[in-house]
Design a protein around this ligand. Structure first.
Ligand SMILES: [Mg+2]
Length: 229
């Protein structure tokens, strides 16, 4: 008797978004350039307000505009009102900010397997980015978590008995916690893999080796690379 539902026979991919599929540096640079060039925001004000916001909460565009308004002594909501149409335009072209291997990779895994996008950050902000990027088409489910630890908690829930789980992420800290959660699960550990994507233009470079994770430079290499015994 087969106790595992048919769906559970599929490989489960748990995939990250920022800096792994999506070049957030390039996207944020364009956002900053727009504010500096079109709205006259001094670059220093942009940087300082962003850093201050991120020290107290998860990043969100509208909140950042509000903090900048305050810092520049502008009437409340002025920047939000004026800049939001431009920000929406930026979001509508979000697909241009994917790394070159991102969409071919997503297309390939979505063909046969179950794909969950698991992203850390402010849910409303992340949702907007992910939707505008068109990535939803390749995902069975999209999950946002407000803490990095939350990713490991999701792995614990998703890595059910006998499943082959593939974790693909770029943040070494997050990924080690996810690998630990996977190791404690009842998933098919002999077939599961934890993959760290090391991008020279990304946030974490170089990535120090770790016994529980493989490191690849290109997403296509995941299909070539074998687990080291
Ligand atoms: Mg990431």
């Amino acid at each position: 008797m087969d106790l595992i539902p048919a769906n559970n026979k599929k490989t489960l991919w748990i995939v990250d978004f920022d800096y792994m599929l999506f070049d957030l540096y390039r996207f944020m640079d364009e956002f900053k350039a727009m504010l500096v060039e079109e709205f006259g925001v001094p670059g220093k004000t942009y940087d300082e307000t962003k850093a201050r916001l991120q020290r107290r909460t998860l990043y969100h565009f509208e909140e950042h505009l509000r903090v900048m308004e305050k810092a520049l002594g502008l009437p409340p909501k002025l920047m939000v009102r004026k800049a939001m149409p431009r920000i929406n335009a930026l979001f509508s072209r979000a697909d241009r900010y994917f790394f070159r291997d991102a969409i071919p990779f997503m297309r390939q895994i979505a063909k046969r397997d179950e794909v969950i996008l698991l992203s850390y950050g402010h849910a409303a902000h992340q949702r907007r980015k992910v939707r505008a990027s068109g990535l939803e088409a390749y995902c069975d489910r999209i999950i946002f978590t407000p803490t990095k630890k939350g990713k490991a908690q999701w792995v614990k829930k998703l890595a059910t008995r006998g499943r082959r789980v593939m974790i693909v992420n770029d943040d070494p800290g997050e990924t080690r916690m996810m690998a630990a959660a996977l190791r404690k699960s009842s998933a098919d550990l002999s077939a599961s893999r934890v993959i760290l994507v090391e991008r020279p233009e990304g946030k974490y470079f170089p990535i120090p080796p770790h016994k529980d994770c493989e490191v690849v430079r290109r997403l296509g290499d995941i299909f070539k690379k074998r687990r080291t015994p």
